[in-house]
Design a protein around this ligand. Structure first.
Ligand code: CP
Length: 309
């Protein structure tokens, strides 16, 4: 059986092209299985997984849990709110207490960049990063790239623009790494205050004019403005942001080609994207969510198969 080159999924940066191809091929098989009447396989019957969410989530949390259950793993869920973290318990103490219940794998979302990496150096379980602050969100990038491959047949040679709050976005950084590894050209577009200075080192194009960006791309990935991570004002108002960088039907219809529209969610309808666009036949937003289950099954299965049992 083919194996991943990694023990933990901490970020896309650590993956080889072969790892990503293996994840996609495995996800193709799981996608076929979860569309059958009997959606469950016994592959991880002897594996226990803890989902630790120190930050809010809807899609990632639910789709990891569903992926694990489809693989027949035993699953325990932990949310920081309502836990002893509120009484001052450290991350390592929290995780070691959970691991003493014989847990093989941890899926963790945490507000601090590097939290998953830190954990992987201090505990014996396999770690999957489900988003660490503004750093990486590897499974989101994998499901995004998998959805582009599904829709356009290939990723290589495609032009993808990521629009919005690049500065605070782990989705943007993981997408840039993943799409570039798979041979796509990547552009970021947004107000200059929301484009990080380090972007110059990543060899992506930078554009501040939405129309130019949309005329260039095959795929537009529209990001949410992350007000919860912003300590200062980066633009005058959401209304002005929307007027300059929001995607509406009029703009979409004015392009001389049909681009694919993506969004990682949660959507702020009427800010970065209108309902008409989000719900249009050019949008693959719900396909992304559907593919999230198959991709997370693939990552979980491939990492769990390396565990000695
Ligand atoms: N895309 C994403 O990570 O969504 P959630 O925050 O709801 O998990």
């Amino acid at each position: 059986m083919d194996r991943l080159s990694i023990k933990h999924l901490l970020g896309i940066r650590d993956l080889t092209v072969r790892d990503i191809e293996l994840i996609f091929q495995t996800a193709d098989q799981f996608k076929e299985i979860i569309n059958r009447p009997i959606k469950k396989v016994p592959s991880l019957r002897d594996i226990t997984i803890a989902n630790l969410f120190f930050e809010n989530s809807t899609r990632t949390k639910l789709s990891f849990e569903l992926a694990q259950k489809r693989l027949s793993a035993d699953v325990i869920n932990f949310s920081a709110s309502g836990s002893s973290v509120k009484k001052g318990e450290t991350l390592i103490d929290t995780v070691n207490n959970i691991l003493s219940m014989k847990v093989d794998m941890v899926v963790m979302r945490h507000p601090n960049p590097g939290a998953a990496h830190f954990l992987s150096q201090h505990v014996s379980a396999r770690i999957i990063n489900a988003g660490d602050g503004t750093h990486e969100h590897p499974t989101q990038a994998l499901l995004d790239a998998f959805s582009i491959r599904e829709k356009l047949g290939d990723i290589s040679g495609k032009k993808v623009v990521i629009v919005g709050d690049i500065l605070h976005s782990r989705v943007a950084l993981s997408n840039i790494y993943c799409l570039q590894k798979m041979g796509a050209e990547v552009m970021v577009c947004g107000p200059s205050t929301l484009i990080p200075k380090y972007i110059a080192k990543l060899e992506v194009k930078v554009e501040h004019d939405l129309m130019k960006a949309l005329n260039w791309c095959d795929v537009a990935n529209m990001l949410r403005i992350q007000l919860e991570r912003q300590e200062m004002k980066y633009f005058p108002s959401l209304r002005e942001y929307s007027m300059q960088f929001g995607l509406n039907k009029e703009i979409l219809d004015s392009l001389d080609k049909r681009i694919v529209v993506m969004h990682p969610g949660p959507i702020n309808r009427g800010v970065e994207i209108t309902s008409e666009v989000a719900d249009s036949d050019q949008s693959i937003i719900l396909n992304q969510v559907e593919n999230g289950v198959a991709v997370r099954m693939a990552v979980t299965y491939l990492l769990a198969s390396q565990i000695e049992r």
